[in-house]
Design a protein around this ligand. Structure first.
Ligand code: 9W4
Length: 419
C-alpha cells in the first residue's frame, strides 16, 4: 500500500531513520514529554495536519505526536528544505507524508490538500500556507478544527493580520513568540550554524581573523559571540544607536561598513535589510575576503555589483565561489549570498530545535485539551509553558536552580508594592 505517502525514494528510509535517531538522542525535552504523555495519550482522537520543513528534528516531533495518540498527516513547507531520506523514513514508519525535494508549486498545494483529506482537528504551520489553504479552499473544515499552531515570524504576522481583519476561523497559538523559541533559535541556533556554514564552505582558521558582522540583532549577536569565542577579532556595523552601544559594551568594535570593508577578512550580513554590502565595499576589500549572509533571504549582498567587477568566476569548493576582480583581488562568496547556515550547514542544531518543538507539542496538547473553549484569535504561549520548557531543558542538562524561601517571596512582593 503506498497511498498513505508520496516520497522520492523509499529505499532511503534506513539512512533517514539513522539520522532521526541521532536527532532524537539530542532532543531530551521532547523525549521527556513523550515519556510523560505516552500513558495519558492526550492527543488520542486528534488528527493533526502539519506543514513543516521535513528534517530529522521535525521527524522527532511527528513521531512524538503519534506516540501520544495523534493521527498525523504531513507535507513540507518549503520544497527546497525537504530531505528525501527523512520523508522516506517517516513513510516507512507508517506516517502519511507527501513531500519530496524540489516539488513544483502545484505539487506543493497538492501535498497540502492530501493532508487535509482526513479532516484534521488541529493544524501545524510554518509560514501559514496550510492554514491559508483551509481559509481559502477548505472552509468546510473550519468547524471541525480546534486550533492551529504557527512556527515562524512571517506566519504569525500573516495570522495576526487575518485575526485583526476578523477573518480567522479558529484559534492559533503563536509558537514563534515563545521566549524559549525565538530567542534561542536566533542567538544560539543561527549563531552556531552560521559559523558552521562558513567552516564547511571554507575550512579557514577563524582564530586571529577580523570577523565583520552587519547587524546586531539576535542573529548578529549570536554570530559575533561565537566568532569571538573562536578567537576572531569581531567588528560590528549598525544603524541603531542602542544596538551599536550594546555591541560596544559586549566587547565588539563598532564602525561603518565603509571602514570595516578595508580591514575585514570574513563578512556576514544579519540585518534583515537589503544592499548592506555593495559595489563600493567590494572595491575596498582585501584580496581573499570571504562574504556571506545569514539575514534576509538573498538581498543583503548586492551580488550583481560583484559580478560586474569580476573578470572570472569559478566554484572553488561546494558553496564557495571565487570572484577574481579586474585588479586581481579575489573575493569568495558563500552559498550565492543565500542563508549560509541553511545552504552550507544544517540549520539550527537539534538541541535548539528541541525547545521550539517542545513548544509545538505542548501548544497542540493545550489546544486538544481546551476543546472549543479558546477564543478565535492569535494566542501567545503562556509564560508557564515557556518556563516549563526552560525548566525541562535545564533538568536534562543536570542543572538545578535555587528556590526562593517564603520569606524571600514576601520580601519581593512587599518590595514591588513599594513599602
Ligand atoms: N531550509 C532550506 C534549505 C535549503 C534551501 C533557491 C536553490 C528552515 C528552517 C528549518 O528553509 C530551510 N535552498 C534554497 S531555499 C532553502 C531552504 N534555495 C533557494 O535556490 C537553493 C529551513 C528548521 N530546522 C532547522 O533549522 C534544523 N532543523 C529544522 O527543522 C529547516 C530548514
Amino acid at each position: 500500500m503506498t497511498d498513505h505517502y508520496q516520497v522520492k525514494d523509499l529505499s532511503l528510509a534506513d539512512a533517514g531513520m539513522m539520522r532521526i535517531s541521532w536527532a532524537e538522542s539530542r532532543m531530551p525535552v521532547l523525549h521527556t514529554l513523550r515519556e510523560r504523555y505516552r500513558q495519558q495519550q492526550p492527543l488520542k482522537g486528534m488528527r493533526i495536519a502539519g506543514c513543516l520543513h521535513v528534517t530529522k528534528e521535525t521527524a522527532v516531533l511527528v513521531r512524538t505526536l503519534r506516540d501520544c495518540g495523534a493521527d498525523v498527516s504531513w507535507s513540507g513547507c518549503n520544497p527546497l528544505s525537504t530531505q528525501d531520506d527523512i520523508a522516506a523514513a517517516l513513510a516507512a514508519d507508517g506516517i502519511s507524508i507527501y513531500a519530496w525535494h524540489g516539488m513544483s508549486v502545484p505539487e506543493f498545494y497538492w501535498a497540502i490538500d492530501q493532508t487535509l483529506k482526513f479532516s484534521p482537528t488541529l493544524t501545524l504551520d510554518d509560514g501559514a500556507d496550510l492554514i491559508m489553504r483551509v481559509h481559502t479552499e477548505r472552509t468546510d473544515l473550519a468547524a471541525g478544527l480546534l486550533g492551529g499552531t504557527e512556527e515562524t515570524t512571517t506566519g504569525v504576522h500573516r495570522l495576526r493580520a487575518m485575526s485583526d481583519a476578523g477573518k480567522l476561523l479558529y484559534p492559533v497559538v503563536a509558537v514563534n513568540d515563545a521566549e524559549t523559541k525565538w530567542d534561542f533559535d536566533n542567538v544560539y541556533g543561527t549563531g552556531q550554524s552560521s559559523l558552521d556554514g562558513i567552516l564547511r564552505a571554507t575550512s579557514v582558521l577563524l582564530a586571529g581573523k577580523r570577523f565583520v558582522v552587519a547587524g546586531y540583532g539576535h542573529c548578529g549577536k549570536g554570530c559575533a559571540i561565537r566568532a569571538k569565542g573562536a578567537g576572531c577579532h569581531t567588528i560590528v556595523t549598525e544603524v541603531k544607536p542602542t544596538a551599536a552601544l550594546k555591541a560596544t559594551l559586549d566587547g565588539h568594535q563598532v564602525m561603518t561598513m565603509d571602514e570595516a570593508a578595508v580591514i575585514g577578512d570574513i563578512f556576514i550580513t544579519a540585518t534583515g535589510m537589503r544592499d548592506v554590502i555593495s559595489g563600493r565595499h567590494f572595491d575596498l576589500m582585501k584580496d581573499g575576503a570571504i562574504v556571506c549572509n545569514t539575514g534576509h533571504y538573498d538581498v543583503e549582498i548586492r551580488i550583481p555589483e560583484l559580478e560586474q567587477r569580476a573578470k572570472s568566476v569559478r566554484t572553488i569548493r561546494p558553496n564557495c565561489e571565487e570572484y577574481t576582480l579586474a585588479d586581481g583581488r579575489r573575493i569568495f562568496l558563500l552559498a550565492k549570498g543565500r542563508l549560509v547556515n541553511l545552504a552550507a550547514a544544517e540549520g539550527h542544531p537539534s538541541e535548539v530545535m528541541d525547545m521550539s518543538f517542545a513548544n509545538q507539542f505542548l501548544s497542540l496538547v493545550r489546544l486538544a485539551t481546551a476543546g472549543k473553549r479558546l477564543e478565535v484569535r492569535v494566542h501567545d504561549v503562556p509564560v508557564e509553558q515557556d518556563e516549563e520548557v526552560a525548566r525541562l531543558k535545564l533538568q536534562t542538562m543536570g542543572i538545578t536552580l535555587d528556590v526562593l524561601t517564603q520569606k524571600q517571596i514576601e520580601y519581593a512582593t512587599d518590595y514591588l508594592a513599594g513599602t
